[in-house]
Ligand binder design. Structure first.
Ligand SMILES: Cc1cc2nc3c(=O)[nH]c(=O)nc-3n(C[C@H](O)[C@H](O)[C@H](O)COP(=O)(O)OP(=O)(O)OC[C@H]3O[C@@H](n4cnc5c(N)ncnc54)[C@H](O)[C@@H]3O)c2cc1C
Length: 334
């Protein structure tokens, strides 16, 4: 890492609203910049004028400046325009590091940028620091979460890193922070404007993204039917969490793919993960074992999920879950 180098922290927005995971990226970038004496640039892509972008929050969460890349084709995430807009700014400003959230969009952008810039990429990082030789040292889970690999980038720039959501939460906004906000027209070649989004249909109901939720209540085949997931919806609602699922549950059409936790689904790191009727196959553990507290409910005392659980309840989910919901409701209402 060069001392005083610039760090790009890429912001994710939906309908102009900054996604909470972006503040984790700001916090990680700030922590890194404090070690190198560098500057954090929050990079916001969209088409809103700067008066409409919540730059204040980005500055308060750690950015030194906000760069708004504006273009009508950046209103919604479409890979090619987003890649080209970021690419031209990276080539122009030559940041030392580009940090993105390890979300579906962040992962796609990071891979494409790394390929186009022929530079190093580390994905799904859970720790990030500058070592004694000023190298950027990162840690990331490997082998379905069974081990953690440590790696150091070589001197090529930029170093591209995606950060696992819910791992880099900071202390919150610092109201004393401020900085400049710059708005530029994004440079997107015409040949990259191949797709146009005509309409965005919102999913019905209020669904929390499982990768960002602080509490995830997940169900497996032990829930026995799609209808029984209503019990998990109720528990999640009382706790303010999201509902996840194991893969066979998704394969059977009981839940959407966006709910799937695991190796071929989403990776979650909530404060609390409640696994209901999930056996704990290694492919499932790959997506949730970094959760801060794991509670497992299973009728089989030898289920593998108990090996990673902080608390285990041996019992029938259809009996235990309603009791938990009832007790949490009482507790949280009192
Ligand atoms: C390449 C590959 C990728 C995969 N990716 C994923 C992935 O991303 N995510 C994923 O989840 N899986 C994935 N799998 C599948 C994985 O191997 C397991 O098959 C799957 O996780 C099992 O799901 P389950 O725990 O819901 O079901 P099961 O293994 O059938 O377990 C059901 C559990 O419920 C318990 N149970 C039953 N009834 C009750 C009850 N009434 N009360 C309490 N407990 C009860 C049982 O004791 C059992 O432990 C993948 C597999 C492969 C080969």
């Amino acid at each position: 890492m060069s001392s005083g180098g610039e760090i790009f922290a890429v912001v994710e927005q939906v309908a102009g609203l900054i996604k909470p995971v972006s503040y984790e990226v700001m916090h990680a970038a700030r922590t890194l910049a404090d070690q190198t004496g560098g500057q954090v640039t929050a990079v916001y892509l969209g088409n809103a004028p700067k008066e409409e972008v919540d730059s204040t929050s980005l500055l308060q969460y750690g950015a030194d400046r906000v760069l708004i890349l504006r273009h009508p084709e950046l209103v919604h995430y479409i890979s090619l325009p987003y890649i080209e807009a970021l690419l031209s700014e990276i080539e122009l400003r030559k940041p030392d590091v580009v940090l993105l959230p390890a979300t579906i969009h962040g992962k796609e952008l990071a891979a494409a940028l790394s390929a186009k810039l022929k530079t190093g990429l580390a994905t799904d990082c859970i720790s990030l620091e500058v070592d004694a030789d000023m190298g950027l040292k990162i840690q990331r889970p490997v082998n379905a979460g069974k081990a953690v690999s440590t790696l150091v980038f070589n001197s090529s720039i930029p170093k591209i890193v995606t950060l696992r959501p819910n791992v880099f939460r900071g202390p919150g906004p610092d109201a004393s922070r401020s900085g400049e906000v710059e708005e530029v027209e994004a440079k997107i070649p015409k040949e990259s404007l191949l797709v146009k989004i005509k309409e965005v249909a919102k999913a019905t109901g209020k669904q929390l993204d499982i990768t960002e939720a602080r509490i995830v209540v997940s169900g497996g085949l032990g829930m026995q039917s799609a209808e029984n997931f209503q019990l998990l919806e109720e528990l999640a609602q009382v706790l303010g969490g999201a509902v996840g699922a194991s893969r066979p549950v998704v394969d059977d059409g009981w839940r959407n793919y966006s709910n799937q936790v695991g190796q071929t689904g989403r990776t979650v790191s909530p404060d609390l993960y409640i696994a209901c009727g999930i056996s704990g196959a290694v492919q499932h553990l790959a997506g949730m074992s970094s959760s801060k507290c794991i509670v497992a409910i299973n009728k089989d005392p030898n289920a593998a999920i108990f090996t990673v659980a902080d608390y285990g309840i041996v019992g029938d989910v259809l009996e235990v879950v309603p009791l938990l919901t009832q007790e949490f409701r009482k507790l949280l209402n009192s």
